[in-house]
Design a protein around this ligand. Sequence first.
Ligand code: GDP
Ligand code: IMO
Ligand code: MG
Length: 431
Amino acid sequence: MSCTCVVGLQWGDEAKGKIVDLLGNEHDFVVRYNGGANAGHTIVWGDRTFKLSLLPTGILKPHLRSVIGNGLVVYPPRLLEEIGQLRSGGINVGANLAVSDHCHVIFPYHMEEERAVEQGGGAVIGTTGRGIGPCYQDKVGRTGGIRMGELLYPEHLRERLKSIVPRKNRIIAALATGPEKPRQFDANEIGDEYLKHADALKPYITDTAKLLQDGLKAGKKIIFEGAQGSLLDIDHGTYPYVTSSNSLPGGIANGCGIPARNVTRIVGVVKAYTTRVGKGPFPTELDDGPNGIGERIRKIGREYGTVTGRPRRVGWFDVVAVRYTAALAGADEVTVMLLDVLSGLKELAICTGYQIDGRRIDSFPSDAFLLQRCKPLYETLPGWEMDLTSARKKSDLPIEALKYVDRLSELLGLRVSLVSVGPDREQSISI
Ligand code: GDP
Ligand code: IMO
Ligand code: MG
């Protein structure tokens, strides 16, 4: 019984993909338990770059079993596209992939519903537009959700669509604002299209909970690949500016059907600073103009969303936020990523507390309306000039960089097990 969870402790894009890739070989299964194609995980091997949205990063290593757990919402065209892209790049996808028959299926009307809501003003979240929220809404609402296994029964699927699609059309028409006519859908057309997808996906669709339970009984090791970041967790994140699933390790048991006690190691992943895509409060945001530090970090760190290409919002490291998520996640250790991006800055700031209504607090108010009112309180440390991208061992790092990492470790009360100084798997330093 040895299972690891790799989880982002900020607002996503902490470089979880790189860590899962580095630890993958110590395991037999690589499993996604939440989210969908809103995730974008980048893996760099020398001159090859892979960007994965739905497939676990284990898919790059055919000797590992990659599993899409029941907690995910799957858009079949995207899954097929990703499989196709990998195959054309020479990566085999076959019996090494299993997709849960209990995953909920994203249909085009989910995307349209999301578009209508996001364009409708009001409480806009700044989503990825992948139909994630509306599909999870249908899952929880029960009457409108369709699961992957249902795609394998043509008559049943057509019946379900016949009852769901007209209702969806009415909802979309009611939500639509502005001059653009809302898109309307035809149950038969969707049925035809999705039955074709079902044929292509049939070899992968299975009871993945049983697969993983049997694996555990046989002594196999599993690594769980968290998507999104803990501050985007539907329950514990900065609600309502969150995603629609449990990205924290709490999502594992439900999101793939294995008892929670099997997870024995939790690796929290953080950037050496903070980023966020989409809307919502961000106390340490560096909104300091085109010549400011925020823009500099964005450029050097190539902080543009993998899925949507949106510029990521950038800010200083927030200890208050990460202490909060590390406790929720039960992190045993942290890996500090993208440290190289901070080279060349005279001074680095770390947020160690907030001021709200004239008083200092050290705990994280995850309610967005309260967090919005928090002003960060910083301590500063000297920066370093040296380019870190060629560093391969601790002694290659300048003293200021080591002190920065040590201070993060001390403030978080967690061991830093790895420091990353570039996208490539080689650009990693065990600490
Ligand atoms: P994930 O969603 O958590 O897997 O992270 P993303 O892949 O969306 O974003 C992380 C980005 O940083 C990717 O483009 C990685 O290739 C890149 N990256 C990972 N580690 C490092 C690092 O140490 N330094 C730099 N400069 N880039 C890194
Ligand atoms: P990875 O796995 C960063 C953000 C969106 C938006 C909010 C809700 O690559 O770290 P959604 O489409 O999920 O309904 O959008 O969540 N978001 C992410 N931000 N990284 C991600 O995934 C994200 N997945 C969703 O930008 O603010
Ligand atoms: Mg990402």
